[in-house]
Design a binder for this molecule. Structure first.
Ligand code: ZN
Ligand code: ZN
Length: 343
């Protein structure tokens, strides 16, 4: 990814054009540019919003799952046009999170525009069409009874980096026993570890309190614990209780727990900052905010009739686990979930 950020703006714009023309193989640069260098996509956003079926097919076949970021910031005129095309040829059931035929892809492109105008259309289209509503909800947009669709994520992610300037509110010295009613995993006798706890006031969201990222370091079953998929919980008085009933399948093998990360802080961007050398020695451990980087398919959990709010994600391998990405979601009601996808 570095070569994208170290390139000149003109090089980035032509690279974006190269990808959008259907070149390149399913790489993640399109999304990286949308998040950190959106101006490199801007010149093409309107053009992509109005792609015909053939051009759209090219883009989705090469750029899945991130192709839809290409319309970021599209003009109101092209957003209106895109919404009209969706209304004229809407996606139909069945809905699969992996489907990217043109009627589905156009809804994604409208989501990708991420403008107020796009959210207004998505609110209307989502109320008219159940399938559009499902696509919205599975990509973090709530469709309320009236008005625009509502983002259940922050627009700008921040990097969670270690060996950086520590941010108060990111803690790695939490004892699972202090916050869990029962510190053991669902299927293992060994206590879980809390590898990172995030103070939710760091996130521009309606959420309050803290979010703990749990991991298992049992040498026998850690993978089983990690790929549980959903690890949902609720705060019961002051301690956390998992949704799933305990079903012990592993006696627990403790071969030591990796040292917790040190100097964990929020880095505002991937952009190169010549003023600081911190970037060169810091390491990315995850992200706070933004949208989940699904590598299998979008799988956004809901609660209280709308998508949960996306807190952030950590790279499990970076914390000493087996690998994969753990996505964190929470609801204002106190329910939270950690959802892991192995890339
Ligand atoms: Zn175990
Ligand atoms: Zn809820």
């Amino acid at each position: 990814m570095e070569y994208v950020f170290d390139a000149t703006p003109v090089q980035r714009r032509s690279y974006a054009r190269f990808i959008l023309a259907g070149n390149g193989e399913g790489n993640y640069d399109l999304r990286a540019m949308a998040e950190w260098e959106p101006e490199s996509l801007r010149p093409w956003a309107d053009h992509v919003a109005l792609f015909d079926d053939a051009a759209l097919g090219q883009l989705t076949s090469r750029g899945w799952p991130d192709y839809w970021w290409a319309t970021l910031g599209a003009s109101d005129a092209s957003v209106d046009d895109l919404a009209a095309r969706i209304a004229a040829a809407p996606p139909t059931e069945p809905y699969m999170p992996t489907t990217c035929t043109p009627p589905f892809a156009r809804v994604y492109l409208l989501i990708g525009a991420d403008t107020d105008r796009a959210l207004t259309h998505l609110g209307d289209l989502g109320r008219e069409r159940q399938v559009v509503r499902w696509i919205c909800e599975n990509n973090g947009l709530a469709v309320p009874p009236t008005g625009s669709a509502v983002r259940r994520f922050t627009r700008t992610p921040q990097i969670i980096a270690d060996r950086y300037e520590p941010t108060p509110g990111l803690r790695t010295d939490i004892e699972a026993a202090d916050i869990l009613a029962d510190p053991r995993g669902v299927g293992c006798a060994l206590p879980l570890s809390v590898v990172l706890e995030v103070d939710l006031s760091l996130l521009d969201s309606p959420l309050k309190g803290t979010f703990p990222f749990f991991m298992s370091f049992c040498s026998d079953c850690e993978a089983d614990e990690e790929i549980l998929g959903y690890r949902g919980w609720k705060r019961d008085t002051d301690k956390i209780v998992f949704d799933e009933e305990r079903d012990e399948r592993c006696p627990g093998y403790d071969e030591g727990t990796p040292d917790p990360l040190t100097d964990v802080g929020l880095r505002p961007s991937h952009r190169y900052d010549p003023q600081t050398r911190l970037r060169s020695r810091s390491r990315d451990a995850g992200r706070l905010g933004g949208r989940p980087s699904w590598r299998q398919y979008p799988d956004w959990p809901g609660c209280c009739g709308q998508p949960m709010f996306f807190v952030g994600q950590i790279d499990i391998g970076h914390f000493g686990g087996v690998g994969g990405t753990s996505h964190a979601f929470a609801c204002e009601c106190g329910t939270a979930t950690q959802l892991t996808q192995i890339s």
